[in-house]
Design a binder for this molecule. Structure first.
Ligand SMILES: [Mg+2]
Ligand SMILES: [Zn+2]
Length: 244
């Protein structure tokens, strides 16, 4: 695709910008039994409880003496492809692209990794679940406060946030029209935002994951408009970014 003047690149984080899932990885590294519990909940289809279980797993990790430094180190050694770092950095340098992160991970995991990879300058905004260190405990909140108004998404976004509504709200407050929106994602919760994209937009969908199967199953019936391009390795995203 040829370059345009005003471009927005939207990034999911886990398995899209990063080459792993932050929530799962830290437990795989530091407490595999907690990772197993998480997987059991997922296999039983308890997705609404998953955010609560992440917060609970962090409290359990804290109770057994796992330190902030260990969690930060686990995040720093998490797979992150050098081609992805290079690709986003080079695209940022052209000055024509705004970057938005839309992630169901949390603010601390994302900022720890971006700092380590020297990529804190990339995103104009990071929309995710707020988190903060309280001494050695990482305390999580939901992007959509469970006590407040809930989102109205019917596409299957998690209660934490509707990525489609977040994207629309971002576009409304950006105060400018983008010639092209490019969405980089892999998961089933990336389906809702891409349903709101236009014909001139582009989806860079990671192959063989939740998003690709939803596109195959529901894309046509739901009237999906943007061009879809599939990728497997971050080097392919770098290659595509070089043309944008
Ligand atoms: Mg993802
Ligand atoms: Zn949604």
């Amino acid at each position: 695709m040829a370059p345009v003047d005003k471009q927005l690149v939207v990034f999911d984080f886990d398995w899209s910008m990063a080459d792993q899932d932050t929530d799962r990885w830290i437990f795989e590294v530091l407490a595999p039994d907690l990772r197993r519990k998480m997987k059991t909940l997922k296999d039983e289809g308890m997705t609404t409880q998953m955010h609560a279980s992440r917060a609970q797993s962090l409290r359990e990790a804290h109770a057994r003496g796992i330190k902030r430094e260990q969690i930060e180190n686990a995040l720093r050694i998490m797979p992150f492809h050098p081609a992805m770092a290079r690709g986003v950095d080079n695209l940022k340098k052209t000055g024509r692209t705004t970057f938005l992160c839309l992630s169901n991970s949390n603010s601390v995991f994302i900022s720890t990794i971006l700092e380590d990879k020297k990529l804190t300058h990339i995103f104009d905004e990071v929309i995710t679940n707020p988190a903060e260190w309280k001494d050695e405990l990482l305390s999580l909140r939901r992007r959509v406060d469970p006590a407040g108004t809930q989102h109205t998404c019917s596409v299957g976004c998690s209660p934490n946030m509707c990525k489609g509504e977040e994207l629309e709200a971002f576009l409304a407050r950006a105060g400018k029209e983008f010639d092209r929106v490019v969405y980089v994602g892999d998961g089933s919760n990336d389906f809702c935002p891409i349903l709101r994209m236009r014909e001139q937009d582009l989806v860079l969908c990671r192959s063989h994951r939740g998003l690709s199967s939803r596109i195959a199953k529901e894309g046509k019936e739901k009237g999906l408009k943007p061009t879809i391009q599939y990728w497997a390795g971050a080097w392919e995203v770098e290659e595509i970014f070089a043309t944008l």
